[in-house]
Design a binder for this molecule. Structure first.
Ligand SMILES: [Cu+2]
Length: 491
């Protein structure tokens, strides 16, 4: 089998060749010296393929503490991401984005050649304030042209970024400048409007948060933000496939797949905003356990309170942004996930025969003659798959995540995509974003086993479509005696 490194060398992206090439083609860079001291990855020197950066290293994570910006706003916390530093130049906020190829890790065990900005996908979050004048330099270090569209932002047409329509494309090596005054506030994003099918599929996207000029009437204590995306990284390959339209392998919050997605933390009684944007090819019903949240805003800014809605699941449509706000009343670990159940899974085949309920014992022996080690699975459902993965019995193809992943304090979570945890604690300090670990459940407030007898309690059960005399429960029978054939039900 060809190793990943060998493969990358064969196709000519060995570290030396790739990065030397980039350095030669780099234009005279806009001064980024003041950015070097900030907590961020080096924009122009992505980690070499042979010694990839560890994305869990402290310098790649958002800071553990966030303080209010001098202009008064609470900065957003971009899940697994970062905010782009700016330079003030004559009252104008200058940002510099660099479109480039990067090596990205979706979760340990799955890496790919992606495209992004300033070393990451999503690119860094741009944060500014309503009324600010921003000047954004965009340097193209890709091998093809690009452009940047400022999605949902009210600006002169010449800065809207549709290559060919609003501006000439930004060719490799060139730097373009966009400059406009922010006339609104809200949750927005940026992405290319040039060869979108490829450039977005490879991860080019970023959040653009405009804070309101006047302090918000209802104050937010924690402000999280992430973008939804899907990727087709076929098992054993190292480059997302931009031609796939529906059967994606990897579902991500900010280009990370659970369990690599950062947890959201908050204190009981705090008000959290979760800003979510969708750059993917599917709509995603995002569901938060615990209290219902209010849907309070979008690209259109924070809505008037009369328009706020209480929900527990909100569909974030393709190209949409939504702000969810919620006040935690119960401490604990609460799931936050897409409710499309395939979107919380890792890579899997979809053309499998349905083996649930099928006795495969004879077949297994036959297949083993041709495929030694073959293991028939799925007779009782797919949960045993997660167990086998956890035991290392199913290594899977190279560079592929398990279909079911993630481990909680009580066992496998069986989730591998758009899933993370909101950790509510009574003692989280204001502005502290450190992971408090798993919740310590009070022993009298947790579901627990009280019997292992399947006949326990003889609850009422029905089977109105039974064709034999087995298993038809009536209320009368249910309250008197166990039903004949009960133990075989469900086979
Ligand atoms: Cu989804």
């Amino acid at each position: 089998m060809i190793s990943r490194r060998t493969l990358l060398q064969i196709i000519g992206v060995g570290s030396a060749g790739l990065f030397a090439g980039l350095a030669r083609s780099a234009p005279a860079a806009h001064d980024m010296s003041d950015m070097a001291s900030m907590e961020m990855p080096e924009p122009a020197t992505p980690a070499p393929v042979s010694a990839p950066a560890d994305p869990t290293a402290p310098d790649m994570l958002p800071p553990a503490k966030l303080q209010r910006h001098p202009q008064g706003y609470l900065p957003v916390r971009t899940l697994n991401g970062w905010t782009l530093p700016y330079k003030l130049n004559g009252g104008v906020k200058e940002f510099h984005l660099v479109a480039e190829e990067i090596e990205h890790e979706f979760a340990p065990g799955s890496r790919a050649k992606c495209w992004g900005y300033n070393g990451t996908t999503p690119g860094p979050t741009i944060e500014a304030v309503e009324g600010d004048r921003v000047r954004i330099f965009v340097t193209n270090r890709l091998g093809e042209w690009t452009s940047v569209h400022w999605h949902g932002i009210d600006l002169p047409a010449g800065y809207d970024g549709v290559g060919g329509l609003n501006q000439p494309h930004i060719k490799p090596g060139e730097t373009y400048v966009y400059e406009f005054i922010l006339r609104q506030h809200g949750t927005h994003m940026y992405h290319p409007h040039a060869d979108e099918m490829t450039q977005i599929a490879f991860g080019m996207m970023g959040l653009f948060i405009i804070h309101p000029k006047k302090p918000e009437e209802v104050r937010i204590d924690r402000d999280y933000a992430f973008l939804l995306h899907n990727w087709a990284l076929h098992p054993g390959t190292w480059r997302p496939d931009p031609a796939v339209m529906q059967n994606f392998d990897i579902w991500t919050f900010n280009s990370k797949s659970f369990p690599a997605i950062e947890h959201l933390v908050m204190r009981t009684g705090e008000r959290m905003r979760i800003r979510i944007g969708n750059v993917s090819m599917w709509n995603h019903p995002i569901h938060l356990h615990s209290n219902p949240f209010w849907v309070t805003g979008s690209d259109g800014g924070r809505w008037p309170r009369s328009q706020w809605r209480r929900e527990v699941t909100e569909i974030i449509g393709v190209g949409q942004m939504r702000d969810l706000e919620f006040i935690a009343t119960e401490p604990g670990d609460w799931a936050l996930h897409c409710h499309m159940s395939h979107h919380t899974m890792g890579p899997m085949g979809h053309e499998l025969p349905n083996a649930v309920g099928v006795d495969q014992s004879g077949v297994e022996d036959e297949i083993r003659k041709a495929l030694p080690g073959y293991m028939a699975m799925g007779k009782n459902g797919m949960a045993e798959h997660a167990g086998h993965v956890a035991m290392g019995m199913l290594p899977g193809p190279e560079n592929t995540l398990p279909m079911m992943a993630g481990e909680g304090q009580f066992g496998p979570l069986e989730m591998g995509g758009m899933f993370t945890v909101v950790k509510v604690r009574n003692d989280m300090k204001t502005g502290d974003y450190r992971d408090p670990g798993w919740y310590a459940y009070p022993p009298d407030k947790i579901a627990r086993r009280i019997s292992d007898d399947p006949n326990f309690g003889s609850p009422q059960r029905q089977n109105p479509y039974a064709t034999t005399n087995e298993m038809t429960t009536t209320p009368a029978a249910a309250t008197s005696a166990p039903v004949p054939g009960h133990a075989g039900h469900g086979e």
